[in-house]
Every structure is written in C-alpha cells, then in structure tokens.
Design a protein around this ligand. Structure first.
Ligand SMILES: [Cu+2]
Length: 157
C-alpha cells in the first residue's frame, strides 16, 4: 500500500526538476532575446582588395566574432581587432583582440555582450600582417552594421 505513494512522490520530484529545467531554459532564452546575430560589412582599405564580413553572434555575456575575408593572402596571419572609434578615425590601440585572420577566416569569443558592442563606438579591422600591422586592409564600423537589411546579404561568401 505504500508503493503508490512513493511512486507519486518520485514522479512529483522528477516533474518538479523538469519544470525547473524548463524555467531555466526560458530564462536564458529571454536573456538573449532582442540580441540577434549581426553582420558587419568590412570594406577594403589601402587598396588591399580584401573585404568581407564580421558576424557577431550573442553568446550570453560574450559575443562570438567570425570574420570572413575575401581576397586575403594565403597562409598569411593577419592581426584583427575591435578598436574604439570608426574606420575613418580609428583609435590605434586595440580594444579587444581577435584571432588572427588566416586564409580569410577568424573566430573569436570576446568577453563582452553584443549589446555593449553595438552601443559602443567601435570598429573591426584587419591588418596586413604582423610585420606590417600599421597597414589596415579591411575595416567595418560595428554601429550601423546592425540593420536587418544587411543580414540578408548572404550572397557574399
Ligand atoms: Cu587592429
């Protein structure tokens, strides 16, 4: 006669745990709401013929930054950063370091949420090489790159 009671109790605990898990799931979803993936266009600089995109994907209080550069020289490691300022007027001191672009690709998780990135006066740039870091080859202002229209530019790859 005791068994059904225990069974009910166990089920209750299990369901309680499930509900808790779902709540947690909802909470984390809510947190990232309104913070969607943003694509920033990177334009060539100094006639580099290198251009492409930076995709910013929210990852909680961090942001994944993926660079895709067309026309990047093969096998060359190109430094990339997020700087304060705009491409027209860049603070030469990097604000956040990104992984070097190699063969046109770079992926980094920066320790700042996407809203902060979008709200800041920031730009993403790529340098020619470690030796010629002073030469900028591509740049994009994060601000203004966040329009929904730009996200539909998938044809570029
Ligand atoms: Cu830089």
């Amino acid at each position: 006669m005791k068994l059904p009671v225990i069974a009910a109790l166990v089920t209750g605990i299990a369901m309680g745990g499930l509900a808790f898990a779902q709540d947690k799931d909802k909470a984390s979803k809510k947190k990232s709401e309104g913070a969607k993936t943003v694509t920033v266009k990177l334009a060539q600089q100094n006639k580099s013929k290198e251009s492409g995109t930076a995709r910013l994907t929210p990852a909680g209080d961090k942001t994944k930054v993926e660079l895709n550069i067309k026309g990047a020289p093969k096998g060359v490691s190109q430094p990339a950063h997020i700087h304060e300022g705009s491409c027209a007027k860049l603070d030469p001191k990097p604000k956040y370091a990104l992984s070097n672009v190699v063969d046109g690709k770079s992926s980094t998780e920066v320790p700042v949420d996407i809203k902060t990135l979008m709200a800041g006066n920031l730009a993403i740039n790529v340098h020619k090489s470690a030796e010629e870091a002073k030469v900028y080859v591509a740049c994009g202002d994060i601000k203004g790159g966040g329009s929904a229209k730009k996200a539909s530019k998938k044809s570029e790859k």
